[in-house]
Design a protein around this ligand. Structure first.
Ligand code: G3I
Length: 385
């Protein structure tokens, strides 16, 4: 009896001191040892004493366990950035951020007509091909930017003279060639970029001049013919500050969709500055969503030195204000139904390579050394809200 009491006391003592695994091992050994005599059990402890005893567990575990930090890849929508092939190839830090953080890429310039088209029927595909292959190897979405725009045009187009039908043929040929080449590998396209002025009137582009407002509808139809699976966007800036432009874009998209034209999304470029109010951001995102289409924040950056002062310094206060803008944008996107959140694309990887610099500024979530800025956390902090 005395031996049994001693055994039980011994078991309770050891169980208090042991980890779960050690307890399991202890019970298994006890089961085996029960084949022997009780004397055996007492005289030979059923496990080898560890040289160092595990630390005492605290009476209560702390409520808050440290959580792994969220990254852009944990977002409840796709996060991407505009990329430049030569930087991906030659700058390992740049490539590292893209690979670790991004789920989508937009060629910053490589898919523009000025970069692709060397003459009628003559194309330079190398950069675009490289990016499409890069994305496939890294399981990223490619967003194509941009088919029909008024700028970055090759000389043979700006110098072209022809009838309306000849201009339509030129546009059709170009869109079919480019979209057709990447059918199935470029998921989505900015089909028409920046067709409106800030007052909501049509911008007087080479396309508008030669074809009329019909060029927009035709561009979407040609893109759809070339890749019926691609998601097709109208892309523009200014919906956050110009009611007239917002109205014009929404009317265009709704009207086209009512006519059965394949317009699937609105891209809001969002080249904003840190003074833009959260309510402006939210209202423009909501207006786009109210058209019943995908919403893409397609070129986001937050300028901190819109006045372009030469003595600009990126202070902690400015960093917080910029963080608030990024946070507001992510919250606005998250307020939409999941099936309308196409994602957020930053216009560049880090501050050093932004189109806004070398003028002194710091518009992106990564600084010039590829370190995360408070803006990064402004975005990731919204993921579980
Ligand atoms: O590639 C040539 C290079 O060979 C040459 O030596 C150099 C000399 O200036 O120019 C290089 O091309 C420049 C290109 O960027 C690549 O750096 C062009 O001149 C320059 O005009 C071009 O600027 C781009 C601009 O669009 C015009 O296409 C910017 O990088 C790009 O960030 C900007 O992006 C636009 C979006 O497409 C539409 N929304 C607004 C946004 C910002 O402007």
């Amino acid at each position: 009896m005395k031996k049994i009491r001693f055994t039980l006391t011994y078991m309770i003592y050891t169980m208090k001191k042991l980890s779960f695994l050690q307890i399991i091992a202890f019970l298994l050994l006890l089961t085996c040892a029960s084949c022997g005599t009780q004397d055996d059990l007492i005289d030979q402890p059923p496990y080898e004493q560890p040289e160092e005893r595990p630390d005492e567990l605290p009476d209560e575990l702390p409520d808050e366990q440290p959580q792994p930090t969220a990254t852009f890849r944990d977002a409840p929508y796709l996060i991407g950035c505009a990329v430049v092939p030569s930087l991906l190839q030659n700058n390992s830090k740049y490539a590292g951020v893209v690979q670790e953080e991004m789920s989508s890429i937009t060629p910053e310039n490589a898919l523009k007509m000025g970069a692709l088209s060397r003459g009628r029927g003559s194309y330079f595909w190398d950069d675009a091909d490289y990016l499409v292959e890069y994305a496939a190897n890294n399981r990223m979405r490619v967003h194509g930017h941009t088919l029909i725009w008024h700028t970055d045009l090759p000389g043979w187009v700006t110098g072209f003279s022809g009838t309306k039908e000849e201009w339509i043929a030129l546009m059709q040929e170009y869109i079919h060639e480019v979209v057709g080449r990447y059918q199935g590998s470029i998921a989505s396209w900015d089909v028409v970029n920046e067709a409106f002025n800030d007052d909501g009137t049509y911008r007087n582009t080479i396309w508008y001049e030669n074809i009329g407002e019909e060029y927009i509808r035709l561009a979407f139809e040609f893109a759809h013919e070339a890749d019926p699976t691609a998601i097709l966007f109208y892309n523009d800036y200014g919906m956050e500050y110009s009611m007239a432009k917002r109205e014009a874009i929404c009317t265009l998209v709704k009207d086209l969709r009512e006519e059965g034209v394949p317009v699937h999304g609105i891209g809001l470029q969002m080249h904003i500055d840190m003074y833009r109010s959260a309510s402006d951001l939210k209202a423009s995102i909501q207006a786009a969503a109210d058209c019943g289409v995908w919403v893409h924040v397609s070129e986001m950056d937050v300028a901190c030195n819109p006045e372009k002062k030469t003595d600009f310094t990126f202070t902690e206060k400015i960093a917080q204000q910029q963080k608030d803008s990024y946070q507001a944008m992510s919250e606005a996107l998250l307020s939409l139904p999941a099936h309308q959140r196409f994602g957020i694309t930053f216009w560049g990887v880090c501050d050093a390579h932004s189109w806004l610099t070398p003028a002194p500024d710091a518009p992106l979530p990564f600084d010039s050394n590829f370190e995360k800025k408070p803006a990064y956390e402004g975005i990731t902090g919204t993921f579980d809200k």
